[in-house]
Design a protein around this ligand. Structure first.
Ligand SMILES: [Zn+2]
Length: 269
């Protein structure tokens, strides 16, 4: 009997150890992807000195991981911090942190399906946030059902346009609704996805799609946008992770460029 209990206890402690090991492996995988995501978005000119990307903590869905306040092109694994749903750091208090972290906290709170959030000042999307021209999909099927525009003026009157408190973050998350992208008037966008790699893909293709709309408009005449039915078929294929296809293929290429010795498309020493 004693022998039997000991055997069970032994199994339990092995299970506990391997549980902790797999949680660590899951965390390390997400942190590695976050670091690469910061570098890729900088390398692709989607973020500059500003902008950030986060991931929900794989160990605890009520927390998320985000770099300390730092230019995305310089972020390393040591910079990644844990935050709670109040947008405040769990530990390492006193480190400089992004003032717009409430974009992330309030979207994670409102959208249990979202595991990664990107905030950018992606230049070509900004004109769509200050005019009545909707950002409709030509290539980016995930822009359906719509790309709403959030205006800080409606939520809080005169501000510096930054989402720097939980009230503005909550209002932004409400405007996002169940969509994948929300524009911030005169400022940029927030892009959400089920994981970091798809979030990076969507942030890049939101900017690319905005450029295509502007170019198509210069040619004149009506634009034949992607039909919702076509978008649904594309989305089903693109959000499925298949090695060598879709966002996986883009990720592998862009990561090798961004993390390589030359960086910034070979222009940086
Ligand atoms: Zn911003």
């Amino acid at each position: 009997m004693a022998k039997h209990s000991k055997a069970i206890a032994g199994r339990k402690s092995t299970a506990k150890k391997s549980g902790a090991g797999s949680a660590y492996a899951a965390l390390k995988a997400v942190v590695d992807d976050l670091v690469a995501a910061n570098r890729i978005l900088y390398n692709e000119d989607i973020v500059d000195g500003f902008g950030h990307i986060s991931a929900r903590d794989p160990r605890d869905p009520s927390r998320f991981l985000l770099s300390r306040a730092r230019a995305p092109g310089l972020v390393t694994a040591a910079d990644i911090m844990e935050f709670g749903m109040d947008g405040e750091p769990v530990k390492d208090k006193g480190k400089p942190i992004y003032s717009e972290r409430f974009i992330h906290s309030e979207i994670y709170r409102a959208r249990p399906d979202v595991n990664s959030v990107v905030h950018t000042h992606s230049p070509t999307v900004v004109p769509f946030s200050v005019t009545n021209e909707p950002l409709l999909p030509i290539r980016a099927g995930f822009l359906y059902p719509e790309v709403p525009v959030f205006d800080t003026r409606d939520a809080a009157g005169w501000t510096d346009l930054l989402i720097s408190n939980p009230m503005l973050g909550k209002a932004l998350a409400e405007k996002l609704g169940n969509n994948s992208v929300v524009l911030l008037r005169g400022h940029g966008n927030a892009v959400v996805a089920p994981d970091v790699r798809v979030a990076v893909y969507r942030a890049i293709y939101t900017e690319a799609n905005a450029r295509l709309v502007l170019q198509a408009k210069m040619l004149g005449g009506p634009i034949k946008y992607l039909a919702p039915e076509e978008a649904a078929i594309m989305n089903a294929a693109r959000t499925r992770v298949r090695p060598g296809h879709g966002s996986d293929r883009i990720w592998e290429l862009l990561k090798s460029e961004a993390m390589g010795p030359s960086g910034k498309r070979g222009h940086r020493a």
